[in-house]
Design a protein around this ligand. Structure first.
Ligand SMILES: Cc1ncc(COP(=O)(O)O)c(C=O)c1O
Length: 474
């Protein structure tokens, strides 16, 4: 079968897929996250590579059905999981447009309006940070790439020769700092950038699970005395485990005092800037030198969409621009080409979904979304306060709640085993999903409200499942 399908076929197949997606969306408020435990399969597929084609309609029906029937559905209202959301439907349609038009955003000359939309979306996000005028940024594939980009900017800013000559030419050992709760993409980035993972100093936490500014100060002082070259602090606005937000104002002050680059990993929590009411939760974020914000987390975008922003726009080109004679330049454009300010070269338009969602729903839809999720998380905390079996294990700042089984006579290992048994019990039918993790080395249970479809009734069902699991354990 040739690739150039006729119009009637394109329409028939396209409408069919839209019908499937529509059915799936209708099912999400009550959909099980996955199959019951005994029916899940992790074996690899073994189909031979197809030499000849088959009927498209039945293949699309089959694969959609199988993906739905056997899939793990983060968009379900019953997913209290890590940070992947139910995507906005407008975002889904935007992805269809992007795939259909296939714009290439490496250069403005070859994308024009698409690049302008991307730049405008970056400007909107930066304006919500509280910046005006001289800032820039670019879309990424997610928080990992955005954090990598932030560290590359920090390196380029503090050691300008490193881009051409490499770290080994410095003659000093650069070191950077992040809390013990910072996301592990920071370790990955430090390794890939040649700084070395061991150069990442993990600073202990305060009681509120924030990076401790006093210990940071002592560590920097000791490193300077030891001949090392501190250059960057990575603060987290919304840790993956507990949603804690580091004291951004205090860390900005430390960075100013020691001339360090402040990168804020707000991959999840940074999006609270879209709420006028709650943006104070990340107060001080505007003092960052660079910021990661992932629209594919709290802003309910389909994967993938991250953003790296900086108020030192010239550093983007210093870190990423490489001249290439075959790349068409638009002399008349005021926007820098994306390939010159990004780790990517050929690039997909990851911005249209956010641009269109904002155009269709308006920022105030996010104001309500964020407020509602915070209230739901607060109600879960109130339930914990009255629970016979569970207690809160850390302060709730964002819509993430960590808690533990109340069993005072259990040692750490037995408590961790109890938590695993509870998670297994609660997730066993596949209907809902929560997780366990460790904070400061201690086992905790974790739930978060991430789907815009989650309502009080879903929390109540989760609470009933948790209570039943605890009773079974007792
Ligand atoms: C705080 C934080 N930073 C960075 C990342 C990495 O983002 P991504 O998975 O989009 O690459 C995550 C992922 O959950 C995260 O929670």
């Amino acid at each position: 079968m040739r690739f150039d399908l006729d119009s009637a076929t394109r329409r028939r197949l396209g409408y069919r897929v839209i019908d499937h997606i529509d059915n799936f969306f209708s099912s999400l408020p009550d959909r099980a996250v996955q199959l019951p435990a005994g029916q899940r399969s992790f074996d690899p597929l073994s189909n031979p590579l197809p030499e000849a084609g088959a009927d498209a309609e039945s293949l699309l029906d089959n694969i959609f059905g199988e993906l739905v029937d056997k899939g793990f559905h983060v968009p379900s209202a019953n997913y209290f999981g890590l940070m992947n959301p139910t995507p906005t439907y407008i975002g889904v349609l935007a992805e269809l447009i992007v795939a259909g038009l296939n714009p290439q955003l490496a250069t403005t000359k070859r994308s024009q309006l698409a690049s302008k939309i991307e730049h405008e979306t970056v400007r909107w996000v930066g304006e919500r940070v509280g910046w005006s005028g001289d800032f820039n940024g670019t879309f990424t594939t997610g928080g990992n790439e955005a954090n990598f980009s932030g560290l590359a900017l920090a390196l380029a800013a503090k050691f300008p020769s490193v881009i051409e000559d490499g770290i080994s030419s410095l003659g000093v050992r650069p070191v950077l700092y992040a809390s013990t709760e910072a996301h592990h993409s920071v370790d990955k980035s430090a390794g890939l950038l040649g700084i070395g993972r061991k150069a990442l100093r993990r600073v202990p936490l305060t009681r509120n699970l924030q990076l401790d500014p006093q210990i940071l100060e002592q560590t920097i002082t000791a490193d300077l005395a030891g001949g090392l070259k501190p250059f960057c602090v990575v603060a987290t606005a919304g840790t993956t485990n507990s949603g804690a937000v580091d004291d951004l104002v205090a860390l900005a002050e430390t960075c100013r005092r020691h001339d360090l680059w402040l990168h804020v990993d707000g991959a999840y929590g940074g999006s609270v800037i879209f709420s006028d009411r709650h943006r104070g939760l990340v107060g001080g974020i505007e003092q960052a030198d660079s910021i990661t914000i992932d629209p594919h987390k709290w802003l309910a975008m389909p994967l993938a969409a991250g953003v790296i922003l900086t108020r030192h726009p010239e550093m983007l080109e210093r870190a990423f621009a490489v001249a290439a004679p075959y790349m068409p330049q638009a002399a008349e454009s005021r926007n820098v080409d994306n390939s010159r300010i990004s780790t990517q070269w050929t690039r997909r338009m990851n911005s249209l979904k956010l641009w269109l969602t904002l155009r269709v729903h308006g920022r105030r839809a996010y104001e309500e979304h964020i407020d509602r999720q915070l209230r739901l998380a607060g109600s879960f905390v109130s339930w914990l306060a009255n629970s016979e079996h569970f207690e809160q294990a850390a302060p709730q700042v964002l819509p993430i709640v960590v808690f533990r089984f109340k069993a005072r006579r259990l040692g750490p290992e037995a408590l961790a085993a109890a938590h695993s048994a509870i998670v297994e019990e609660v997730t066993g039918t596949g209907q809902r999903w929560i997780s366990e993790t460790k904070i400061n080395g201690e086992s905790v249970l974790r739930m978060m409200v991430i789907s815009y479809l989650t309502e009080q009734r879903h929390l109540q069902a989760l609470q009933e499942a948790l209570t039943a699991a605890a009773q079974a354990l007792a």
